[in-house]
Design a binder for this molecule. Structure first.
Ligand code: ADE
Ligand code: ZN
Length: 320
């Protein structure tokens, strides 16, 4: 790691908290909750992280989070990420969580959010890292379940800055969630969603996200380069895009670094993030490192990230 990357003040905007669950903590939580894991140890577990597309990754990701049961489990998960983030000079993060991945297996919504929230408060006080939560809906579940989750979140609205959409994109276009996103907007949530790299109908999904849903940001979205009119639209609207190069390398055949370079050169507010660092073996600093970009470009990527955060203008300015 270069000293420049290590010292650069960083901002991370595309990070699934459940994707930060390292094998060591997985074993610790399994022991605490009396759960038997089908691996002899950490090395064997890591060796089973064998995925080459989005569905094969998601299968291991959902299996892995079965050890998260109690409020202290969610607290420990988030605290471990925030400690790691602080060690990489991440100053601010917007963190996705997947409530339906927990409520669907009997863990109450309030258990999840209270644990995460407590970690965010402690990290701000103890580690000087600030963070906010983005609640993601799982797009391979029914829209009605997403709506019910949105309504369940309303008592905790002050703890959630926006909503996102993740999980398996195939056959689950943005339009499926139009009513959920409209209600989320009315409730004051900011809006983002995954348009994963090289999915079926990627460009049409990006178009729907921008034109039909009216998102504030797009997660991934590098396929936008296939449609110059959409590129012009994100430039005009200042829509940010959160890229995850190491993740791209696992779920597609390439890290898409040339595409990221092109977006940056075009002036799109593209940013670099780790997505699911415990599974893709790289936190945000490692994702910056694989780019091999000049220092000035790495700085611009961080300026982009702070600029498109969902912080009030004066707070943003203090970071930039
Ligand atoms: N959930 C966690 N990581 C994801 C990703 N990279 N794409 C879609 N859903 C996800
Ligand atoms: Zn993601």
């Amino acid at each position: 790691m270069t000293a420049f990357i290590a010292g650069l003040p960083k901002c991370e905007l595309h990070l699934h908290i459940e994707g930060t669950l390292e094998p060591e903590l997985k074993f610790e939580l399994a022991r605490r909750n009396g759960i038997a894991l089908p691996y002899a140890g950490v090395e064997q577990m890591r060796a089973a992280y064998d995925f080459d597309d989005l569905p094969s990754f998601l299968k291991i990701y959902y299996e892995g989070m079965g050890v998260l049961r109690t409020e202290p489990d969610f607290y420990d998960l988030a605290m471990a990420y925030l400690r790691k983030a602080a060690s990489q000079n991440v100053r601010y993060a917007e963190i996705f969580f997947d409530p339906q991945a927990h409520t669907s297996r009997g863990v109450p919504f309030d258990v999840v959010i209270r644990g995460l929230r407590r970690a965010l408060i402690d990290a701000e006080n103890q580690l000087d890292v600030r963070a906010q939560l983005i609640m993601c809906f799982l797009r391979d579940f029914q829209a009605e379940y997403a709506m019910a989750t949105l309504l369940e979140s309303l008592p905790y609205k002050e703890w959630i800055v926006g909503v996102g959409l993740d999980s398996d994109e195939k056959g689950n276009p943005p339009a499926k969630f139009a009513a959920v996103y409209e209600r989320a907007r009315q409730e004051g949530y900011l809006l983002t969603m995954h348009c994963d790299v090289d999915q079926q109908n990627s460009v049409e999904h990006i178009r729907q996200a921008i034109q039909d849903i009216g998102v504030n940001r797009i997660d991934h979205g590098v396929n936008i380069l296939e449609d110059p009119k959409l590129v012009a639209e994100v430039l005009d609207k200042g829509i940010g895009m959160t890229s995850c190069p190491i993740s791209n390398g696992y779920v597609t055949d390439s890290m898409k670094i040339e595409g990221i370079r092109k977006l940056l050169d075009l002036g799109v507010r593209v940013t670099i993030n780790s997505d699911d660092p415990a599974y893709f073996m790289g936190y945000v600093a490692e994702n910056l490192e694989v780019l091999n970009f000049p220092d000035e470009d790495l700085k611009q990527l961080q300026r982009n990230a702070f600029e498109i955060t969902w912080l009030p203008r004066h707070v943003k300015d203090a970071y930039i």
